[in-house]
Design a protein around this ligand. Sequence first.
Ligand SMILES: [Zn+2]
Length: 127
Amino acid sequence: MTHSRNAKALAVVITISLLRRFMSKVDINGDLDACHCWTGAKTKKGYGQFRHGGNACQAHRISYAIFIGPLEDGEEVDHECQNTSCVNPRHLRIMTKPENVADANVRRAEKRKAEEAVAADLGDVGF
Ligand SMILES: [Zn+2]
């Protein structure tokens, strides 16, 4: 079997103590629709980290598994809000890996286009 970098299936047995432990690290900020930022440990990229079953798991994946449902092998959880520390289940959606990559490519292309437009504008005014 070859090593796979794809996301592993994740199912969470929901208990009061798990919910308490998870929610103690979430800043709900008084608003159900706002980003709910993870206040615990984070990765360099800003993803929340949560210890579950002896592993350091990504907090947004745990949030998805708790509040929406279990994840299958290869299912990535994407932030619609682009805020990597957000664990608001309303901002999370499942994506398979190629979709996630395609989405990142679209965002990069849009950013490049915007930068080119700014550069062109600067050119127009003589910079
Ligand atoms: Zn969010």
